[in-house]
Design a protein around this ligand. Sequence first.
Ligand SMILES: [Zn+2]
Length: 535
Amino acid sequence: MRNLDFKYNLIDPDVDKDSAYVLPQQFDIDVLHYLIRISLYPEKKEIGGDVTISAQILHTTNSVYLNFYDNLVIDSLFFNQQAVKYERSEKNLKVTSDKVLNPSDTVSIRVVYHGSPKNLGFSSFVFGEVNDISMVSTLSEPYFASTWFPCNDRPDDKALMDMYITSDSVYTSISNGKLMEVSVKDSLKTFHYKTFYPITPYLICLYSSKYSHFSETYVSAEQDTMPIDYYAIPKHLEYAKKDFAGHAKMISFFAKLFGEYPFIKEKYGVAEFLWEGGAMEHQTITGIGTSFVKGKGRYEEIYVHELSHHWFGDCVSPRSWKDIWLNEGFATYCEALYIEQVYGKEQFESKMQTLKLPVFSGTVYDPQYNMFSPTIYYKGGWILHMLRFEVGDSVFFSILREYFNTYKYGSASTQDFITVAEQLSKKDLSQFFDQWLYKPSNIITATYTWKTEEFVEKDSLYSVRITLKQTQTDYSCFHFPVNIEWFFDERTPIEKTRVYIDKPEQSFVFVFKHKPQSVMVNPHLDILGEFTETQ
Ligand SMILES: [Zn+2]
């Protein structure tokens, strides 16, 4: 998700804790497949649903617990094809079997229902209009998928999916995965999408409107081809052709950096939808708010961000919402990596500068309901940037590749990422991650002084001492490497030195052939800090 200006946040205090939403018993099952049939009735703002969930039992039980908002009316419910008892609370559904369910049993739960879905969170289910034309769209992240279909709404419980969307035949309906078939019956059109890779409930989406469709082709390094499908409202078609261009190049960039685009048997795509906060990385079909499609090519970074989530977020999903920085910090840094590659070092540094805020409230790990704040996006991105500086480029990119490769099509925790980083760098990174991820620390602030201490005439050498002092008040002593650049007269090249800081105040002595005229600490923004020279 990319939320421009962070204007939007979760607003419903009752649903902002996933602990209250996901019950412990929901860890007793592993969903294998969702068969979702949704009929849309935009005039009535209602849906009809027929969802069959196939799941494997992990722990002995006689009940299966799911998420499902109780404003939707259940018309019938079947457990292994039998009508059974069920109980509901506001957000949960408990289905009880008449026999004991044992580990490795596979069960099916079919729920037939109808009603008007609540629109919670960012825009979990919206019946809207664009230029007087009906549009229906969803955005379920983080825990609102069950406002429109029953599911085990944990980010780590992935399953395969078949989605059938039925609406009036004037509308094009879109979902995740590959379009298998479009069938017409009377005045209704049904679109069948199928996933060949697992998907987590919060990434399951639908969009339906009078879309104009256009496409291009991605060709992989192995010469496999895949469609990139674009869906714009008719009035925006020419704008969309300009704004959406360039995705094939972006996919190639990330495929080369991290490993092949992980949904290559399906598609990538972008569709306009009804969340005007920004964009959302719905697996294989990113949604972009209609107000961002202007034909000016201004929002390239948003498209890069959402595409990069297909590696980090969609293919490797967070184990829990405590690990949300593994999505958003990564996608933010991927924006910067793309800028570095396409526009060069200087633009890359100015991007990192925009991600440097003087204050970052809360922690990056487990931010509670503050999941979509600059702390997660910007500081999360900075953590990767500083890790790169700590371990060096080649180890850093091997860490990202190894992490992706190890956890692809599954989920990973923050500790899983740290373990990969430590194994590949052969370094103890506990201090690094503790100070940046787990502590509610802001940025480093430090002052420094320097002076030429002596001139050794015989050898024409200058001895120079620099003293750095950490002055931030919320964290006593950061440990970090930092570059220092020394400037001499115009004819003498810059000297670069690197020191490792692990004390609140520390001095270093360097010997140069010339007398330094000036000095810069952290000149290329390797470290999230503000370094000021004092006398
Ligand atoms: Zn994002």
